[in-house]
Structures are given as C-alpha cells and as structure tokens.
Design a protein around this ligand. Sequence first.
Ligand SMILES: [Zn+2]
Length: 225
Amino acid sequence: MTDQLSSNIQDYLKRIYEITSGGGLATTNQLASVLKVSPASVTNMVQKLATTRPSYLVYYKHKGVQLTEAGRLAALKIIRRHRLIEHYLMDALGYTWDEVHQEAEILEHAMSPLLESRIDAALGHPEFNPHGNPIPNSNLSVPEIEQISLNAIDVNQTAVILSVPHEDPKVLRYLDKFGLRPNVQIKLLSRTPYDQTMRVQITATGEEVIIGPTLAEEIALLIEE
Ligand SMILES: [Zn+2]
C-alpha cells in the first residue's frame, strides 16, 4: 500500500509524524513551513488524506492533524528507509554525515523492499542512523528512549549525546569540528542568564564549544545514572 503513495504524500506523512511524535497536532502553518508549500496547499492535501481508505490522518478543522494507525505505519516505513540510506551512504560509500540527509530525502522514495532488506542486513540491522535517530525495525516498531534536550540539564551536569539535528549541513559540520556526536559524553560548564548561551565541554578531549539555546533544543541527551 505504502509503495503506491506518491513522494509528495510520503513527505506529508513523514513530516506530520515528526511534528506530532512528542504528542499534539501538526498545524497547517507548521506543515506549510517544513514542506515549503502554501497553507492552502496543505489544507487541500490533508483534507484529501483524511478521506482516503484507509484514511491516513484525522483533520481537526482550524486545529491541525494527527496520523491514524495507517498513516503512522506509512510514515515509519519511509523514515526507516531514510535512516537506513543515511547509514549506508556513510558506512559503505564514505559520505560525511552532513551529506547524507539530502541524498536520503531523494532516495527514500525510490527504494524497493528488497533493497531495503539487503541494506539492513549488510549493515547488521542497525538501531540508529548516523545522527542518533532510531531506525524503525522491519516490523516498524521504534524503541522508546528517555531523553531530554541540552537546554534542560543543569550546570556541571554530565550527559551522553543521543542525537543531533540532522537537516542542516552547516550545523553538522560545526558539531563535527568539536566531536559533538551521538554517544559522546559532555559536561555543561556554564549558561548565561540573559540569553542562555552555553559552554559545553567534551569530556574525552576537554575541548569547549559554545552553543546557543536554539541549537541546544535540538540536541537530545541521555541522562547518566
Ligand atoms: Zn535525515
């Protein structure tokens, strides 16, 4: 079923999943912004996706949308392919981690189930993509991981990076320069009271990095016991 969905519909479902994964609804304006289309186009599309059989989402007029189970599974399927491709490009083809997202945005729509399972097997069924996001398994289940953003920890607290924002190559190159990657332990050295700018130290190297609150919101951490 999902294989017959257009690339455009797959992108909608993926974006709605991302926006609503923490709970709540995806609004028309949020979708228009991430999909780079007009709010009117979003309204047309979500009305359509709410009336297909099976329907992929529920549309609450003037409030937003939420995926149905069919929509959620279709989204997870495309997210699985996207993250496997990112992993494969780095692992097998020597891409850097700031290059893989844009390629995966294109290739995710062209991947057959056979290629998906071969890549998954070749990589040894990985659980995370290079940016630390979980890869849904072949049954489309995703592990629940306890996480908080870098903004939420206290000064002098240490934590291990779970995931970093993956879409902007400039951000990834900046993080990479300091070795700020998933599984790396960091310590928050200070946070300014006026604009919440943080000084973060990488435990293994002692190197310090300045991070603003917008970027910090998108860096997910596992809290150490
Ligand atoms: Zn990506």
